[in-house]
Design a protein around this ligand. Structure first.
Ligand code: IMP
Ligand code: MG
Length: 180
């Protein structure tokens, strides 16, 4: 089995670049059929989504716009955790938004991102995620339009996803090898 070392861990090949390409094509087609002439705005959640977004958007053949955000979490002095969406850069009022995520694990960051977008008075929000770990989910979502691959709770790297900042440049997705 093809293996890579990322930082201090060994990872096994899990989802190949070809499999990703095939699935991304299907997802792009589904989005094009679903949205028709609605001119959606794709919003990618950085950093993990950058490679997926670049490939997904090329499979979409309807008019669309694109931007990226970062979610910053910090402890407010009196009000507990405050989450803020940085860098939207487009007026999203009344727009159909497609949120593009690398992986949904607990769903915490997706929940915060959706709540932050709702405050911007968007018309609709749908989620398109490359990976979903159903057994890790702490929230339910009724707006997931497309998921590339449902996986177990294994930790994965590659294709934009990192381990301690490393491994984002790998073209395939790798899973953490057992017994380390
Ligand atoms: P959540 O808020 O628990 O759903 O986690 C979301 C974020 O955690 C993702 O956007 C990733 O940045 C990171 N993450 C979760 N699982 C993995 C993984 O297996 N590999 C790399 N990053 C991950
Ligand atoms: Mg993410």
């Amino acid at each position: 089995m093809k293996q890579v070392i990322v930082g201090d861990l060994t990872f096994d090949l899990f989802i190949s670049a070809n499999q990703i390409k095939e699935r991304t094509t299907e997802m792009g087609q589904k989005i094009s059929e679903t949205y028709g002439d609605k001119k959606p705005v794709f919003i990618g959640v950085l950093n993990g989504c950058f490679m997926f977004m670049a490939d997904l958007i090329r499979e979409v053949d309807i008019p669309c716009e694109l931007s990226f955000v970062k979610l910053s979490s910090y402890q407010g002095t009196a009000y507990g955790q405050i989450n803020e969406l940085l860098g939207v850069g487009i007026d999203l009022t009344g727009r159909d938004v497609i949120l593009v995520e690398d992986v949904i694990d607990s769903g915490n960051s997706l929940k915060y991102t959706i709540e932050a977008l709702e405050k911007l008075k968007v018309k609709s929000i749908a989620v398109c995620a490359l990976l979903l770990k159903p057994s890790c989910l702490l929230h339910t979502f009724d707006n997931i339009l497309a998921v590339g691959f449902e996986i177990e709770k294994e930790f994965v790297v590659g294709y934009g996803l990192d381990y301690d900042g490393l491994g984002r440049n790998l073209a395939d997705i790798y899973q953490c090898a057992p017994e380390q």
